[in-house]
Design a protein around this ligand. Structure first.
Ligand code: F0G
Length: 455
């Protein structure tokens, strides 16, 4: 089955490498001429920016399901899906809060720091914004089965949207390397969940072969509909900031679909004069899963060497990111930077975001850890406005959080005199292990008094 492209509007598919403009995408969403990724573009599109902003704002008061979604509310900037009312699958995704982070701002040495919390989506990660759009497209194309390879969040999201749209879903996840929270979601939403004895990159390979043989619709972020839906996080962010762009937006980098989507939205918004200048979009990876960081720093983005990835931030445990060329393009177009952060830096940053009363999953916390490094290097200045994109909810991976606070996260003690030892000592201040007490008032009062003295 090929995926029909709508002919009613201006949206067209284009290969990011050879520029071919196919009428429809094949099932692996790769260019049939050169094998690279496809993207949507909108030739000749123009809007009156003031009217468009007013229309979107007005929809906030609507009772219509599509208007209540923080994705479909911005549908003018997305490709048109024919018979949308019949095919749209929405859980009222998007509409995520923008929070000030005062404590994290002090820790990072900036005055104006916000977090856009994409973990406040229906399945508790940013994936829902792309999934509502791509799952609706699968429905419109008549597929019975949808499928993805995942580190856990894409699968949770896909399983939910497939269930809502009465489609079957097939999940391929690396055995033992995703959090229980995420695994439990895909079970509850009724997916056929296969834990493969490989890593994420191995799951992707098998899925790519599968979609060439079976009529299943691929819902990984190589699917350009996913990217289009995920653009709306940036549009919503600009609306929340009264269309006054921050100086920096910082995102985690795994398979690099999210950074590509946010960057694409920024470039489109500037072209359409919805914003007057571009924020710099920076991408942070875990040191143990840093192929993009190395590509940019070591090879100037000329090539990407896949690696065997390893990090406790399992969501971004990815060694061969599919969308690296798209991410490179937006990094360069916005003048952003890449950084890598250590496991201890990630854990400390996560606890700091938690201490601001917000919380997030480990992969999201690379943003704050990365911001600290970008401050140290001088790339981010103290007076500049910064927005972190938090991608997943704190309850996605409670195991990580509990182990951190109990001091059990890192099995090996850092070597004395190394930077890791200093980082571990700093992280210790953030640890709040639970206290087990006898069930009597005196013991609780003693614990309270001790904590009060130390606070
Ligand atoms: N943060 C979280 C919480 C994620 O789940 C992911 C990716 C990322 C960041 C990285 O985003 O891949 O677009 O660069 N999770 C995917 C998944 C791979 O299968 O859930 P990216």
């Amino acid at each position: 089955m090929s995926i029909a492209q709508n002919t009613e509007t201006a949206a067209k598919l284009r290969c990011i490498a050879c520029g071919a403009t196919p009428d429809s995408a094949s099932q692996d969403f790769r260019c049939t001429a050169c094998g690279d990724l496809l993207e949507f573009f909108f030739p000749g599109r123009s809007f009156d920016p003031t009217s468009l902003k007013a229309l979107w704002l007005n929809r906030r008061t609507s009772r219509h399901a599509l208007d209540q979604s923080g994705v479909w509310r911005f549908r003018e900037l997305l490709p048109h899906i024919p018979n949308l009312e019949e095919h749209a699958i929405t859980l009222r995704e998007g509409n995520t809060p923008l929070y000030r982070l005062p404590r994290c701002a002090r820790a990072a040495g900036v005055e104006n720091l916000h977090a856009k919390h994409q973990g406040m989506n229906p399945t508790a990660s940013f994936k829902d914004t792309g999934m509502t759009f791509a799952a609706s497209s699968a429905h419109q194309s008549g597929f019975r089965w949808v499928a993805c390879a995942s580190t856990g969040n894409t699968s949770a999201s896909m399983a939910a949207y497939a269930a809502r749209g009465n489609m079957h879903s097939l999940v391929l996840i690396p055995e033992g390397k995703i959090s229980w929270g995420k695994l439990s979601q895909s079970l509850d939403y009724g997916a056929l969940t296969c834990q493969l004895r490989t890593d994420f990159d191995g799951c992707v390979q098998i899925l790519n072969d599968l979609v060439r043989q079976k009529p299943v619709y691929l819902l990984n972020s190589v699917n350009p509909y996913r990217i289009e839906g995920q653009k709306t996080a940036a549009i919503e962010l600009m609306e929340q900031l009264a269309w006054e762009p921050p100086d920096h937006i910082i995102v985690p980098g795994g398979n690099l679909g999210n950074s590509s989507a946010i960057g694409k939205a920024l470039l489109e918004m500037r072209e359409l004069k919805l914003i007057s200048r571009l924020p710099r979009l920076s991408i942070i990876q875990a040191h143990g899963a840093n192929p993009f960081y190395r590509s940019v720093r070591e090879f100037g983005g000329r090539k990407l060497e896949p690696m065997t990835a390893d990090t406790l931030a399992t969501a971004i445990r990815i060694g061969n990111p599919a969308s690296w060329k798209k991410a490179l393009r937006v990094l360069q177009a916005t003048g952003g930077e890449v950084e890598e952060v250590s496991e201890i830096e990630i854990a400390a940053a996560k606890a700091e975001i938690g201490a601001d009363g917000i919380g997030c999953e480990p992969a999201s916390a690379v943003t704050l850890a990365g911001l600290k490094k970008l401050r140290q290097s001088g790339f981010v200045k103290p007076g500049e406005a910064v927005v972190l994109i938090l991608t997943g909810h704190a309850l996605k991976d409670p195991d990580f959080t509990i182990k951190f606070h109990r001091g059990e996260l890192f099995a090996d003690k850092p070597v004395a005199g190394t930077p890791e030892e200093t980082e571990a000592a700093q992280a210790k201040y953030l640890q709040r292990a639970p206290v087990v007490l006898d069930a009597n008032l005196g013991a609780v009062i003693a614990a309270l008094d001790a904590a009060d003295r130390n606070s």
